[in-house]
Design a protein around this ligand. Structure first.
Ligand code: SF4
Length: 533
């Protein structure tokens, strides 16, 4: 969280309790004297909305319910399985009330349950302990999970788009509703990459740019579709876990490999059926008889000559411009990249296959007496290999990774000595998850986490108008380690108590909870520490 977000909270109240005091020790934030009597102030973020009864704040996440500030969404709790009828919203009880329901929560806590930060609320300012600090036992080990909805100014999305079609020049601006919200990044094998969001677009530009950026990030993070246009490039529709749509056309296949790799994979199958194969690719276009694969198969040089820059034998760069045609190039007519055949080597009747790296484009030619390629029907055996190229392509998908920096605020909610949390994470004593999904923590300084949004519960992301992104984050560790790193031990509460009464703070806390099933692809968040195997 950036420093400027903290300034409005100066003077929270004289005599504000010190970290570690008993639950009841915190004072409610002082009332703004100029505020109308029927309003209450939300202090869950620096915006400090004044909310009328029955209304919600600017982020739609907090409401004035009969004069009480509440977090409107339920907290999501993960279970390996959620039995029928168990997935509804259950209200939390006030501390100490309804012993019968509290007993029920003891029974519930007998089954492994993980309290996620989705809907958990945020305690603000920084030094307040996180809303949920939950203890439980895992394989006889006392564990604790610190749970909060983090507010991230330093955050971005890394988007992988499985296509060899050209989306735009590297570094080109990516726009959403006309605003620049990111750029085209370095392409990866078979995929184009976008870097979206980030602090410069969120807070460094105009108000509109910041607002559209966080809205775009929230929408993509919540696994919904967003339309983009790339300066000097394509129109794009992106949705996590779905095929990208490039210039209105849904992408089908990710290429099997570059042109050279495609030659290498299928050379043996082509031998005897063709005299030459050109695999057209924006990166490396392969020419079979010249390629090491053709040489090893003792194929006769065809005399075919190709435009472009030779890298190594049978591997050609820059045969055309990038585009949305054959193999991610701009060509529509494959013969346009060929020079006349070398008459010394070529022969009439030579059989040539031209194919793209996805098998979506393919053409068969036979040289006539003047060594000119003439289109001809493709033999079934060759068509079968072309089909196999396509079969080996994986479905084209968009993958959206959220990257966020857990700054001072967030860490202070875990411990009164935040650097110890950073160190404990680096020592692999702490498992960091986002909505229960495994998060990769970047090496080096700070706590920069990266998580696949498709593994997170639906609706995990929100925004606040500072502007910033709201995203769930949980830190799980052994209770002894938590104590050693200066954790807020007075706020640790057993799972059963948490299930009964909710967050330790009452103002702005969620009023209900809901069980959701753990996605089968995710490891159980409390089982990844070295000690627990
Ligand atoms: S934007 Fe949301 S979290 Fe921030 S003060 Fe307003 S209601 Fe509370």
């Amino acid at each position: 969280m950036s420093e400027h977000e903290h300034t409005k909270t100066d003077g929270l109240g004289e005599g504000a309790p010190l970290p570690g005091q008993a639950l009841a020790g915190w004072r409610v934030a002082p009332r703004n004297e100029r505020m109308a009597a029927h309003k209450i102030e939300c202090n869950a973020c620096p915006v400090l909305c004044q909310i009328s009864e029955g209304k919600v704040g600017a982020c739609d996440r907090y409401a004035n319910q009969a004069g009480t500030l509440v977090r409107v969404d339920p907290v999501l709790l993960l279970r390996q399985r959620v039995a029928e009828g168990q997935g509804g919203v259950v209200p939390f009880l006030a501390e100490g009330s309804a012993a019968g329901s509290a007993d029920a929560s003891v029974e519930e806590a007998a089954e492994p349950t993980f309290v996620t930060a989705v809907g958990a609320s945020t305690t603000y300012p920084d030094y307040k302990p996180a809303p949920f600090i939950v203890s439980s036992q895992v394989d006889g080990v006392d564990m604790v999970t610190v749970v909060t909805e983090g507010i991230f100014s330093y955050c971005s999305l890394k988007v992988k788009i499985d296509t060899d079609r050209w989306l735009g020049p590297e570094q080109a601006n990516v726009r959403c509703r006309g605003e620049v919200v990111g750029h085209v990044s370095t392409a990866e094998y078979g995929s184009q990459m976008l870097s979206l969001g980030g602090v410069h677009h969120i807070t460094g530009g105009s108000k509109k740019e910041g607002r559209i950026t966080v809205e775009m990030m929230q929408t993509l993070g919540n696994q919904q579709a967003v339309e983009f246009s790339i300066d000097g490039g394509a129109q794009l529709r992106v949705q996590a876990g779905r095929a990208p749509v490039v210039d209105g056309v849904p992408e089908q296949r990710m290429r099997v490999g570059c042109g050279s790799a495609t030659i290498g994979i299928f050379a043996q199958q082509f031998a005897g059926l063709v005299d030459e194969v050109v695999v057209v690719d924006d990166h490396i276009t392969g020419v079979l008889t010249e390629h090491q694969a053709g040489r090893c198969l003792a194929m006769r040089p065809s005399g075919l000559q190709i435009r472009g820059r030779k890298s190594t034998p049978g591997r050609w760069f820059q045969v055309a411009n990038p585009g949305t045609g054959w193999g991610g190039t701009d060509i529509r007519d494959p013969l346009s990249i060929l020079e006349p055949w070398d008459a010394e080597q070529a022969w009439p009747g030579q059989r040539l296959l031209m194919v793209s790296t996805t098998g979506e484009h393919a053409a068969w030619f036979v040289l006539d007496a003047a060594l000119q390629p003439q289109p001809a029907p493709m033999p079934p055996a060759v068509q079968q290999i072309v089909d196999r190229v396509g079969e080996n392509c994986e479905p084209s998908l968009c993958t959206v990774l959220f990257v966020g920096g857990a700054g001072g605020s967030l860490r202070a909610g875990v411990t009164d000595n935040p650097v110890r949390l950073t160190r404990a994470i680096k020592q692999a004593l702490v498992n960091v998850t986002c909505g229960g999904a495994p998060a990769y923590v970047w090496p080096g300084g700070g706590i920069t986490v990266m998580v696949d949004v498709a593994r997170m519960p639906a609706g995990s992301f929100g925004t606040v108008p500072t502007p910033a992104i709201v995203a769930p984050i949980e830190f799980s560790m052994r209770l002894a380690d938590y104590e050693a790193l200066g954790g807020h031990m007075a706020y640790v509460r057993p799972l059963a108590q948490t299930l009964a009464t909710g967050a330790w703070h009452h103002e702005g806390a969620p009023t209900g909870r809901r069980f959701v099933a753990q996605p089968a692809a995710n490891p159980w968040p409390l089982g990844r520490l070295p000690l627990l195997g």
